[in-house]
Design a protein around this ligand. Structure first.
Ligand SMILES: CC[C@@](C)(O)[C@@H](O)C(=O)O
Length: 599
């Protein structure tokens, strides 16, 4: 890179090397010298590369990034850049109350401010745990400086008594075992702990592996990088290569807007079906699309994703775990399989400067038990179904987790094999559910639909992962391990629960779930993509009036300033649950000019 060609284009020069503005340049540069950087480095044509650090002791899933950052820095240095590592708001899905869903937009907002307001020419986004990935990509989309994502990688496989034990998935199973009296409290904790044998994020196809895989499918991380387990040496090498690659991205001025095109999102939707991805994916991808200004709607998930078969045999839809996925070829093997069937927009550009078609043309499964061939899938048409009706305008169902047993029990009517109907039992939030699920007076039987409301982005707030509700202990003991669930909240990607979720609008903002009552009958028709409360329009209107007279759907008051601000500004799940006022700020590194001087 020659100085004359590149220095003009580096935004960091406006801080660190601006002879036209000596007053400010001196102030901007002196503190970055105080820990040992030199003028020779900062006043050169070398790009300043941010490392947006999501790892910390509070965020164990991403904590290994504290180690990987060293290799990222070496890669950046080897390629001629200057690394500057900085922390961003930590988000640990399994640690944050009331829900990590509340923190995604907060992390997005603060990272946007950092990327725009500091002398950063390009950024390495250290992704991993569920919300860290969309928060980082949303900010990179808004600011639109060259960016590359580095996954921290999944944990090693968990094992218990010779069986694979998968993150999250085992929690939902162990809850059933505890309820049925098969294990005690200690056994519960030990079983669940066995699923977390090393550093890294969920080893199942939960939201973390989903989002890291989709980041690769979008072209925002190096090919083959998503699935490498966190402790493997390959992960360290990948960190080093990622550091080198971001410098090349800055030199080429290849920005998120060149990569995050509509074609890239369509690729990600199809890959999501093939991997059996989380129902959190549409929320986050729709959010990223809105921040980069690409039109993407919930309907697109059905249009492009529904007929794609399930190829990846990972829990919860299948049996294997993260190490198996990596050894079978990871994301490139899945993309390669879809490419050969014409299901990948092959010209979509990726961070390495090549198209996804070039990257994955020769990739294939190294273990067909784990990554199946397109013509021998685990399930056909495994994408998300988008449902509508008189209870909500939209909700999604992950059809790949509908078990044979469930299908036989609910969807076996020869006259209408894709529809079922039942009595509902309604819970107002997870506390209500946990305290009453085993109450025999609710009359829950094997035809009941469990409903949970007050769990969406505004009501909870943040949108809790609680829609996957276990049946009462008595039913579990009788062999019924899943009832259909409906809710305005989310569900862990690690859950195999047959749920209709992410309902929008949620009860808290006037969605139809607010007027549902225990004892009502609801009909689910998967072919017509419809969920209906079996009551007349007059009856529903009357209930709405009554609810309004009583002050509307009640939900707990905000407990923190951010909860209140979030409630005022956040939209619904179908449109990404983004901070609505943020959407008009797009590609601000190009459209907003530089921020004003500080002194
Ligand atoms: C326990 C499982 C989690 C934390 O990953 C979940 O958020 C998911 O959606 O996969």
């Amino acid at each position: 890179m020659t100085a004359s060609k590149t220095s003009r284009g580096l935004r960091s020069r406006a801080w660190f090397d601006n002879p036209g503005n000596p007053d400010m340049t001196a102030l901007y540069i002196e503190r970055y010298l105080n820990y040992g950087l030199s003028l020779a480095e900062l006043q050169s044509d070398r790009p300043i590369i941010g490392i947006a650090q999501t790892g910390s002791d509070l965020a164990p899933c991403n904590r290994h990034h504290l180690v990987l950052a060293q290799r990222v820095k070496e890669g950046i240095r080897d390629a001629g850049g200057i690394p500057i590592e900085f922390p961003i708001h930590p988000i640990q899905e399994t640690g944050k109350r009331p829900t990590a869903g509340l923190d995604r937009n907060l992390a997005y907002l603060s990272l946007t401010e950092l990327l725009f307001g500091y002398p950063i020419d390009g950024v390495v986004l250290t992704i991993g745990c569920d919300k860290t990935t969309p928060a980082c990509l949303m900010a990179a989309a808004t600011v639109n400086i060259p960016a590359i994502a580095l996954s921290v990688g999944p944990m090693l496989n968990g094992w218990h008594k010779g069986e694979r034990v998968g993150s999250g998935t085992i929690v939902w199973k162990a809850r059933q075992m505890l309820a049925a009296g098969e294990i005690d409290y200690r056994g519960f904790v030990e079983l669940v702990a066995s699923s977390a044998p090393s550093t890294g994020f969920c080893n199942t196809m939960g939201t973390a592996t989903t989002m890291n895989s989709l980041t690769e499918a979008l072209g925002m991380s190096l090919p083959g990088s998503a699935a490498i387990p966190a402790p493997y040496r390959d992960r360290q090498e990948c960190a080093w290569r990622t550091g080198q690659q971001i410098v090349e991205l800055v030199q080429a001025d290849r920005k998120p807007s060149d990569i995050l095109t509509r074609e890239a999102f369509i690729n990600a939707i199809r890959v999501n079906s093939a991997i059996g991805g989380s129902t959190n994916a549409p929320i986050h991808l729709n959010a990223i699309a809105r921040h980069i200004g690409v039109k993407l709607e919930l309907e697109d998930w059905e249009t492009y994703g529904r007929d794609v078969p399930l190829l990846v045999n990972l829990q919860p839809a299948g049996e294997y775990l993260g190490e198996d996925f990596y050894q079978a070829g990871g994301v490139p093997a899945v993309v390669g399989e879809l490419l050969r069937k014409g299901l990948i927009e092959r010209n979509a550009l990726t961070v390495n400067g090549k198209t996804i078609g070039e990257n994955c043309a020769d990739a294939g499964s190294a273990n067909e038990a784990v990554i199946r061939r397109f013509d021998d899938p685990l399930r056909r048409a495994a994408g998300l179904t988008v449902l509508r009706g008189n209870l909500f305008d939209s909700a999604v169902m992950k059809t790949s987790v509908i078990s044979e047993d469930f299908r036989a029990r609910y969807l076996s009517d020869p006259a209408d094999p894709e529809a079922f109907e039942g009595r509902v039992v309604v819970f107002d939030g997870p506390e209500d559910y946990h305290s009453r699920i085993d109450d025999p007076s609710l009359g829950i039987d094997d035809r009941t639909l469990l409903v949970i409301r007050g769990t969406g982005p505004i009501g909870y707030p943040g949108g809790a992962e609680v829609v996957n509700m276990r049946p009462p202990a008595a039913l579990i003991r009788a062999g019924i391990d899943a009832l259909p669930c409906i809710g305005d909240g989310r569900q862990s990607g690690t859950s195999g629960s047959p749920s209709i979720l992410n309902a929008a609008p949620e009860a808290a903002v006037g969605g139809g779930l607010a007027v549902l009552r225990t004892g009502d009958r609801v009909r689910v028709d998967l072919r017509r993509r419809e969920v209906r409360l079996l009551a007349s329009d007059e009856e529903i209107a009357q209930r709405r009036d009554e609810l309004a007279r009583n002050g509307g759907f009640a939900y707990p008051a905000a407990q923190t300033p951010w909860q209140e601000i979030h409630r005022d500004l956040t939209g619904q799940f179908d449109s990404g649950a983004v901070l609505e006022p943020a959407v008009k700020y797009q590609r601000i590194a190009q459209t907003a000019g530089l921020p004003r001087d500080s002194h």
